[in-house]
Design a protein around this ligand. Structure first.
Ligand code: PLP
Length: 390
């Protein structure tokens, strides 16, 4: 029996970019002591107070079908959080709760793209972006950025790529680069969206992890609130990756249509998870800062290690839980470097090539193991790079 073209071409062919990750996991399963600096997940679990709220909510009866757009109280909390942080008046009618940011990305693209429409995204990119675009029948078109620009997109490149496109997906703070888009970058993005009548899908799931500069939501820029869909999630901000709790914020009319989509796809998010989300958001920024603190600390430690050598060139680390390192001085591709580092030192990092062509010759290091192991691994990585460069 034949499958749909849409599902059988979802990955676009070729490697899915997870080879090193899979190899590392296989080594761990075989009992080998691998330091895994690959996937973007905290080394702590969800806070026990959030789990207690989840448990209490389930026992209090929040185990039936929950309101599909999200329960009113959660939509209100998200709206208040967005209004407070961005200054853009936002109400519960502008919010749809989703099973994680990934489902929000799918819903947003589904809402604005027709079959065959061109959807822009920035290279390097979070691994699921092209597949998410293909999953709604749209055609992904990458806009290349440059290492020497710290991977901030140039308005003139966006302008060229925007001809005939329907939407643009951006992500700041950025995975995989750890870069926070400057105001100037976002103003360029907004200008291109207005000039070419593009929808902007702004993935802001790392908005609580900013080490340098400030997070600016482009929805707050002039003329952008009516054409921007913001993707949010509690995965990274509250170490709730497994709870699958996220949202889309946008114009009410778009939200209404996405609710119809949810009715026919996800059927909402479990009520006890939503209640736990309300509890977590009610803890305010104190809890968010506690969750972000280990990454901030490790990023500072990494700055010292990286400053003491001159083979590996770091991309300015401004936010999110990753370091993007230029290892071109070794003469190796990111892929070859990551495989060799795993083989020789049992340290697993992601090749830049896993995130597109723009990050070839780079590696992404997730700061997701304890400080001591992280520092040791980074020092080993730098020595290894220096040996390769000789
Ligand atoms: N967007 C970015 C940039 C990510 O890095 C991730 C997860 O790693 C997601 C979205 C999806 O996160 P979730 O579906 O867990 O909210």
């Amino acid at each position: 029996m034949e499958l749909s073209r849409r599902i059988s071409t979802l990955t676009g062919g070729g490697s899915d970019g997870w080879d090193v990750f899979n190899r590392a996991r296989a080594m761990v399963s075989a009992g080998e002591p691998v330091v895994e600096l690959t996937i973007g997940e905290h080394d702590i679990r969800t806070d026990p107070t959030i789990l207690a709220a989840m448990d209490a909510a389930a026992r209090a009866g929040h185990t039936g079908y929950a309101a599909i757009p999200g329960v009113r109280a959660l939509r209100e909390r998200v709206a208040a959080r967005v209004s407070e942080r961005t200054g853009v008046p936002t109400g519960p009618e502008n919010v749809m709760v989703t099973p994680g940011g990934q489902a929000a990305l799918f819903a947003a693209h589904h809402a604005v793209c027709d079959e065959g429409d061109v959807a822009l995204y920035i290279d390097p990119y979070y691994a699921t972006y092209p597949g998410t675009i293909r999953s709604v029948g749209a055609v992904p078109r990458a806009v290349q950025t440059r290492s020497r620009d710290a991977f901030q997109p140039r308005a003139e490149d966006l302008d060229k790529a925007a001809e005939g496109a329907r939407c643009l997906l951006i992500n700041s703070p950025n995975n995989p680069t750890g870069v926070v888009y400057a105001r100037e970058t976002l103003e360029g993005v907004a200008r291109v969206c207005r000039d070419h009548d593009l929808w902007l899908i702004s993935d802001e799931v790392y908005d609580t992890q900013v080490w340098e500069g400030e997070h600016l939501s482009p929805r707050a820029l002039p003329g952008m609130a009516d054409r921007t869909l913001v993707i949010g999630s509690m995965s990274k901000s509250h170490a709730m990756t497994g709870s699958r709790l996220g949202w889309v914020v946008g114009p009410e009319e778009v939200v209404d249509h996405m609710i119809t989509l949810a009715l026919n796809t996800t059927y909402g998010v479990p009520g006890f998870i939503q209640q736990a989300g309300i509890f977590a958001l009610d803890q305010g920024t104190a809890l968010e800062e506690k969750i972000a603190a280990p990454f901030r600390r490790r990023r500072d430690l990494a700055q010292e290690v990286l400053a003491a050598q001159n083979t590996v060139v770091p991309i300015p680390s401004q936010g999110a839980m990753y370091l993007m390192l230029d290892i071109r001085a070794t003469g190796m591709s990111g892929d070859a470097f990551a495989n060799a580092l795993l083989d020789t030192h049992k340290i697993a990092v992601m090749p830049g090539e896993s995130f597109g062509q723009a990050a070839a010759g780079h590696i992404r290091v997730a700061m997701t193991v304890g400080d001591e192991a992280f520092l040791q691994a980074l020092e080993t990585l730098c020595s290894f790079a220096a040996e390769q460069a000789q």
